[in-house]
Ligand binder design. Structure first.
Ligand code: GDP
Ligand code: MG
Length: 185
């Protein structure tokens, strides 16, 4: 399967709704901006207002449109609304490897996804972010173990250095497209 971000003007075969969730400060907005614009802003201020960005990818010659939803800081109060989750085919659950508490909160975010996504069948990807930083509190093995237990995809990444970011989105989208009944319209 080949995936690229080039826009060839082809009409998309489908539009996928992708969510990015997790504790405040783990790097959700930074991961989105790295993926969509290939930028990183260390001064990235707390997101104001629900934000979503549209981009597209070529998957085996077919254009797939992505609507990527970022939270607006309301995750601080763990009050994302059901409409935020509705219709999502893919969910990226982020923690910060230098924050054990952000990792421990993943259970909470997973239960939210299962409660609110359609039929509870959205494809999930765990992203362990900020691996460029010193002071790691969560090992790679712990992350893998968590993902295995929940039968989800897992990748370590850095929005700052780009490592793993493109790969995280690609693997998620491949898996969605390989899941029958999840995206055909
Ligand atoms: P959000 O609240 O989850 O959207 O987190 P942000 O994207 O706003 O990031 C919070 C802070 O962490 C910002 O100061 C970012 O610059 C920083 N940050 C995000 N990702 C990384 C990363 O991979 N490495 C480093 N060193 N800093 C990061
Ligand atoms: Mg944000």
């Amino acid at each position: 399967m080949t995936l690229t971000n080039d826009d060839d003007g082809e009409k998309p075969i489908t539009t996928l709704k992708i969510l990015i969730i997790g504790e405040s400060g783990v790097g959700k907005s930074s991961l989105m901006l790295r993926f969509v614009d290939d930028t990183f802003d260390p001064e990235q201020a707390a997101t104001i207002g629900v934000d979503f960005r549209v981009t597209s990818m070529l998957v085996d010659g077919n254009r797939v449109k992505l609507a990527i939803w970022d939270t607006a800081g309301q995750e601080r109060f763990r009050t994302l609304t059901p409409s935020y989750y509705r219709g999502a085919q893919g969910v990226i659950c982020v923690y910060d490897v230098t924050s054990r508490s952000s990792f421990e909160k993943l259970e909470h975010w997973f239960s939210e996804v299962d409660t609110y996504t359609t039929k509870g069948d959205a494809v999930k990807m765990v992203v362990a972010n900020k691996i460029d930083m010193a002071g790691r509190e969560v090992s790679r093995e712990e992350g893998i173990k968590f993902a295995k237990r929940h039968r989800t995809l897992f990748i370590e990444a850095s929005a700052k250095t780009k490592e793993g970011v493109q790969c995280a989105f690609e693997e998620l989208i491949e898996k969605i497209l390989q899941t029958p009944g999840l995206w055909e319209n």
